[in-house]
Design a protein around this ligand. Structure first.
Ligand SMILES: Cc1ncc(COP(=O)(O)O)c(C=O)c1O
Length: 403
């Protein structure tokens, strides 16, 4: 069997599994859920399963009991390395290419702050779909490195070609671009960027990419080493279902010297990624819990199965919503460009924030309003692993009633 045919067999299995409500009911039973509205805002952070929560509580109690005796003798010298190696294996990258941080924002800010190849007069690129803290960090470079920030807006509705053209045009118009931010899955509309194609284009122009993988990890099936980006920042609390407070940076082996040690860190060699992540005592019990998190992630079938389920739930409501007068679905249906997260707008209503309140008050559906993208304010709908097809039917009814 070739790699491509093996891949398509796995995808076929994932797509079938995605529709197996009994399987997902079993998955949902692994979580404790507070009674309340139907949650369609699983994009903020993921829930831990009951087992992960129990492991976390046990680790917390253990670290609290044993204090530095465990941490100095075992965690710092051995266990933290084992956990890091487990993450590297999951990502299929070398362990020397990753270092833990506290969240995706910290990861991305660290990479942006410590990237050492900018000269005054260089240009850096951001788009309207990048995350706010990434945009502000890239703008910070203007003041602190003397670079010019180029800001582009993506066309709406987006297409594979329009996204590529936006970068192609920007690279042609601004030949001094040296560094760009790229968001794998934008938090505003859930749009999935064709990262590999954009990164190839960037590389051809000698442009480095810092990839924001906050929403991608755990719901998109990708090979980090094959994306063609040298630098990336992630968190682990969204689609991996890890305890809050964990993230990591990725720097491709041959580019480790392009990132400085953080704030002059001198504990490690200058090109050791461990010194490139911010210093500080981490959430040790949370890190210890990752072993359980990764084993559950593998057991469910990994990102390909989680992603197929989330995209299936998304398709269920989007198919209905596309036919509703008064509702515009902003995220395209090209399977290369979407995942479980998708945004809509009530076109006859001026205030989308008010509509999230009406969804909640009148229909018991919890969502979040998002703005900042050039395509305008919207409502983000994010199912989770505990969402059922019945929940989606309730959402669709609500949209019909409010349209
Ligand atoms: C696209 C994107 N980037 C970065 C972040 C920041 O992640 P964190 O909360 O881990 O800092 C988020 C958080 O929602 C996000 O959606």
């Amino acid at each position: 069997m070739t790699r491509a045919s093996a891949q398509s067999a796995v995808q076929k299995f994932a797509n079938e599994r995605a529709q197996d409500e009994a399987f997902w009911q079993d998955v949902a039973r692994q979580y404790d859920i507070e009674p309340g509205p139907i949650n369609f805002e699983h994009g903020y952070f993921g829930r831990m399963t009951r087992e992960v929560l129990r492991a976390y509580e046990q680790n917390l109690a253990y670290v609290n009991r044993s204090n530095s005796v465990y941490v100095r003798q075992r965690f710092d010298t051995r266990d933290s390395g084992v956990i890091r190696a487990d993450l590297a294996q999951l990502l299929d990258v070398s362990v020397e290419e990753i270092a833990f941080t506290r969240c995706a924002s910290e990861s991305l800010q660290t990479l942006i702050r410590n990237y050492n190849e900018l000269q005054p007069g260089d240009q850096v690129l951001i788009s309207d779909l990048d995350y706010n803290s990434v945009q502000t960090s890239m703008r910070w470079l203007a003041k602190n490195r003397g670079v010019e920030v180029i800001e582009i807006s993506h066309a709406h509705p987006a297409s594979y070609e329009s996204l590529l053209n936006a970068y192609r045009d920007a690279f042609a118009a601004h030949p001094r671009i040296k560094l760009m931010a790229l968001t794998h899955v934008t938090h505003r509309t859930g749009l999935v960027m064709p990262v590999q194609a954009i990164a190839a284009l960037a590389t051809a122009h000698g442009i480095d990419v810092i990839l924001d993988g906050a929403h991608a990890l755990g719901q998109l099936d990708f090979s980090l080493g094959e994306l063609g980006v040298a630098f990336a920042g992630f968190n682990l609390q969204k689609w991996m279902g890890a305890p809050l407070s964990l993230g990591f940076i990725y720097v491709k082996q041959e580019r480790l010297s392009s990132i400085d040690p953080d704030m002059g860190d001198a504990r490690y060699a200058p090109d050791d990624i461990l010194g490139q992540a911010p210093y500080g005592t981490p959430n040790i019990p949370a890190l210890m819990t990752l072993t359980k998190v990764f084993s559950e992630h593998r057991a469910i079938g990994g990102s390909i199965v989680k992603g197929a389920r989330l995209a299936y739930l998304r398709d269920l409501w989007v198919r209905e919503a596309r036919n509703l007068q008064g509702v515009e679905v902003l995220t395209p249906d090209d399977p290369r460009l979407y995942c479980g997260i998708t945004s809509l707008r009530f076109t006859r209503q001026a205030d989308q924030l008010l509509m999230t309140q009406r969804l909640l008050d009148e229909h018991g559906i919890f969502t979040v309003a998002r703005n900042g993208s050039a395509c305008g304010p919207c409502i983000r709908i994010t199912p989770g692993l505990v969402t059922s097809a019945d929940d989606v039917a309730r959402l669709t009814e609500a949209l019909r009633a409010l349209a």
